[in-house]
Write a protein that binds this ligand. Structure first.
Ligand code: CDP
Length: 227
């Protein structure tokens, strides 16, 4: 029997991390966790409850009131995020959440809470998790770390189409601007910035189909499980 490993997939906004992570998890019979959806769910709670992000007291209190779960939805064959008992998988993808999430993700108290949950999920291995700090902070010992990149235009185009297909009312320019802003904040924040260390394998999927990137990464995963 091959051993179970953890796979960390990090990279800039909308470069296909989720698509790859999902496909790998399915093939390997692992759990796929989209860590970004957790930051998005906390942000949704902060927006709806008008929490002042700058107030430590309000943030601490809000964090105590937040309960997050991933629940398997058989119909769509995936785990979806629940915030205080409600499925918010679709709502957390709204532009209003995307426009605030990087500001919330800068807050150390938020990161501490979510990283702890993520590490607990990965304790038994067999997890593919995507995000910004998975290989650096959450699973520093992950047996496979992938850093994904793609050109700015390709990323904006993909995310725009994804949001249109999900029935969201957005313009291409808004989407592109949001990705740019998040990339900047995520890579410049002081707590757990997005960064590539030398133990990552780089995957540039600008000119790759989902199928091609999947086969490339699957070979890396097989190599990592056998070595
Ligand atoms: O899907 P996309 O790549 O656009 O973003 P996401 O993975 O849903 O993450 C949304 C935001 O959450 C990011 O822009 C980061 O600000 C934050 N995030 C983070 O700080 N750390 C993670 N491990 C995952 C997401």
């Amino acid at each position: 029997m091959t051993r179970k490993i953890n796979i960390a997939i990090d990279g800039y906004s909308s470069c296909g991390k989720g698509t790859l992570a999902k496909a790998l998890a399915k093939e390997l019979d692992y759990i796929f966790i989209d860590s970004g959806s957790m930051y998005r769910a906390v942000t949704l709670f902060f927006i709806e409850n008008k929490i002042d992000f700058e107030s430590d007291v309000q943030v601490q209190k809000a964090l105590q009131e937040i309960s997050l779960n991933f629940v398997y939805e058989a119909e769509r064959d995936r785990y979806e995020i629940y915030l205080n008992g409600l499925n918010v998988e679709s709502e957390v993808r709204d532009l209003r959440v995307a426009q605030k999430v990087s500001h919330v993700a800068k807050i150390s108290a938020v990161r501490r809470k979510l990283v702890e949950m993520q590490q607990e999920i990965g304790r038994e291995k067999g997890v593919v998790m995507d995000g910004r700090d998975i290989g650096t902070v959450v699973f520093p010992n992950a047996e496979l770390k992938i850093f994904m990149v793609a050109s700015d235009d390709v990323r904006a185009e993909r995310r725009y189409l994804e949001m249109l297909n999900a029935g969201k009312d957005v313009s291409f320019e808004e989407v592109k601007q949001n990705l740019k802003e998040r990339d900047l904040i995520d890579s410049q924040r002081s707590d757990s910035p997005l960064m590539m260390t030398e133990d990552y394998r780089i995957l540039d999927n600008t000119d790759l189909t989902p199928q091609e990137q999947f086969h490339l990464a699957l070979n890396w995963a097989k190599f990592a499980t056998e070595n």
